[in-house]
Design a protein around this ligand. Structure first.
Ligand code: NYM
Ligand code: MG
Length: 219
């Protein structure tokens, strides 16, 4: 326990394919933190409530069309417009859970065929997560869970490519920060309870705050 010396909340990101259980698990984790009286907040990207977010929403529902690079930059801009609130929440001691982040940005656009390094560039210098939980599930298992939705990208072949990109991001992001693993792959094909326990095991060491300064992504 390092409770009394902690100086900021932890930044925890949940990533994965569509239908990997991210949103449900993030909600369960938020509830668990709140029950333990840990100040916590849940964010989600894309944040469809902002002006940029509304443009993204309309693109995802195929109500509008945009150049692949233009939509990629808007997803990144949607993170940048919230970067200050991310760091202020963390510095005020709030543990921040984030349902998707820059890794989704790269994985989905690179899966469409855009160059990986080009995709990564606009997200360089965003607040860096202390921990990224990758909820890994085979696309065919994800599909069997009530099927993919109607939005763009929610097709099995696309999801297969996205998973390959996430695996590459995991390899490049693994390694430790502050003595902890920065990227943890969770077997999201297990039962909801087993996934929740695996997540808690990874998150628990961070929930009383972290001492190391907030870093910037890929700097
Ligand atoms: N997505 C999400 C991207 O293509 N780039 C990004 O930067 C982010 C954050 O948007 N299929 C994709 C992944 C999803 C879709 O996300 C909508 P969600 O979590 O289903 O609302
Ligand atoms: Mg979705």
């Amino acid at each position: 326990q390092t409770g009394q010396s902690s100086n900021r909340g932890a930044f925890i990101v949940v990533e994965g394919l569509d239908r990997s259980g991210k949103s449900s698990q993030a909600a369960r984790l938020l509830e668990r933190l709140q029950t333990a009286n840990i100040p916590a907040k849940l964010m989600k990207f894309p944040d469809r409530t902002t002006a940029i977010g509304k443009t993204i929403d309309s693109y995802l529902r195929s109500e509008s069309d945009l150049d692949d690079r233009a939509i990629h930059l808007l997803f990144s801009a949607n993170r940048w417009e919230l970067a200050t609130s991310i760091s202020s929440a963390l510095h005020s001691g709030t543990t921040l859970l984030c349902d998707r982040y820059a890794f989704s940005g790269i994985a989905f656009s690179a899966a469409k065929g855009l160059p990986y390094d080009w995709c990564r560039a606009p997200d360089i210098s965003l607040p860096a997560p202390d921990l990224t939980l990758f909820l890994d599930v085979a696309p065919e298992v994800a599909r069997e869970r009530g099927g993919y939705g109607e939005e763009r990208y929610e097709k099995e072949e696309m999801q297969r490519q996205v998973r390959v990109m996430f695996q590459r991001l995991g390899e490049e992001t693994s390694g430790s920060g502050g003595g902890r693993q920065r990227w943890v792959t969770i077997d999201a094909g297990q039962s909801i309870q087993a996934v929740e326990e695996d997540i808690w095991r990874a998150v628990e060491p961070l929930v009383h705050g972290v001492d190391n300064p907030l870093e910037r992504l890929w700097e």
